[in-house]
Design a binder for this molecule. Structure first.
Ligand code: CP
Ligand code: NVA
Length: 329
């Protein structure tokens, strides 16, 4: 049975910037290997377990983690927190300190990103952000896997994001900044990405050479390798009809894709709101790779899991002994 190949510098994956440039490309390579054949890895996580804590609904993330971990022989336990946020029944820190005694990794989908930080600070085991109000790093890993499969060239090609400057957009910007590719973010006025996320991504981009452009002009899709959009109202946000009116020129429809060019791919993290941010004609076109993105969630996350929890230093017995020692300090 092959050993997991390497550890990541960070214990957790809270945001895409937690991965260094030298970690992303090997992760994508590993994901491609897994995608071609899981057989050598089928017992890697036998008797290991992960817990999935979800404060919001999910199709892709839940299924890809549950089925993905089973491919390694491991067990995934799902905890539904949609009716009761983590931290309500007991503190977030106590939650983390319980879970680290039983399982090898926490995968959490949360309302507030601070919950991810709280879990990561309290538990010695890795915490993977499965979507927060600010970030969706697993999605960005899968998206870059999809782009690489389609021949995306980090040096010369450019991505265009159009719509809301939201959590998925933030992770895409951070991943682009990390791998050093160009990204144009096109939003209605007032829907630009978070200023702190942008500042942090720009700092990474200065080192990687990535070009991050922020604009309100939909015509800037021209020449992009892929046009990416997402819902205009994310989970946990109130629907605001006045705000949504401003999004109309940013719908990805046939006319917008024609501006991008005949080869431009269409991307969406899903779920899509057909007729709102994207038309049926575009999402069902041959240039649409949305279901490849969905499939690749599993392979990208599995590569991540191999690198986060696979090493002997994370052996459950040793880990519990360390946690015990810490508690009695
Ligand atoms: N893209 C994504 O995270 O999908 P789910 O909300 O269904 O998990
Ligand atoms: N921006 C969306 C992504 C869903 C996967 C949301 O947060 O609801």
């Amino acid at each position: 049975m092959p050993e997991p190949v390497r550890r990541l510098g960070s214990k957790d994956l809270g945001r895409a910037l937690d991965l260094s440039p030298t970690e992303v490309l090997p992760l994508l390579d590993q994901a491609r290997l897994l995608k071609s054949d899981y057989t050598p890895w089928r017992d890697t996580f036998r008797q290991r377990s992960i817990v999935l804590l979800f404060e919001k609904p999910s199709l892709r993330t839940r299924v890809s983690f549950e089925i993905g971990f089973a491919k390694f022989g491991g067990t995934a336990v799902y905890l539904d927190h949609q009716g009761s946020p983590i931290g309500l029944r007991e503190t977030i820190a106590d939650y983390g300190r319980n879970l680290e005694r039983w399982c090898d990794c926490i995968v959490a989908r949360v309302m507030k990103h601070t919950t991810i930080d709280g879990l990561a600070a309290s538990a010695e085991i890795p915490v993977i952000n499965a979507l927060s109000d600010l970030h969706h790093p697993c999605q960005a890993l899968a998206d870059f896997l999809t782009l690489v499969e389609r021949g995306f060239d980090f040096q010369h090609d450019r991505l265009a994001w159009i719509g809301d400057g939201n959590n998925v957009c933030h992770s895409l910007i951070e991943m682009a900044a990390t791998v050093g590719c160009g990204i144009t973010v096109i939003t209605p006025p007032g829907a630009e990405p978070d200023a702190t996320v942008l500042r942090d991504a720009q700092a990474r981009a200065c080192r990687s050479g990535a070009n991050i452009e922020i604009t309100n002009d939909p015509a800037r899709v021209a020449g992009a390798f892929a046009v990416y959009t997402d819902t205009w109202t994310s989970m946990g946000q109130a629907v605001d009809p006045a705000r949504l009116k401003g999004f109309a020129p940013y719908q990805v429809n046939g006319a917008l894709m024609a501006k991008a060019g005949p080869k431009a791919l269409f991307m969406h993290c899903l779920p899509a709101h057909r007729g709102q941010e994207v038309t049926d004609q575009v999402i069902d076109s041959p240039n649409s790779v949305v279901f490849d993105q969905a499939e690749n969630r599993m392979h990208a996350q599995n590569a991540l899991l191999l690198n986060l929890i696979g090493t002997p230093s994370n052996d459950p017995l040793a880990r519990n002994a360390r946690a015990h020692a810490r508690a009695s300090e």
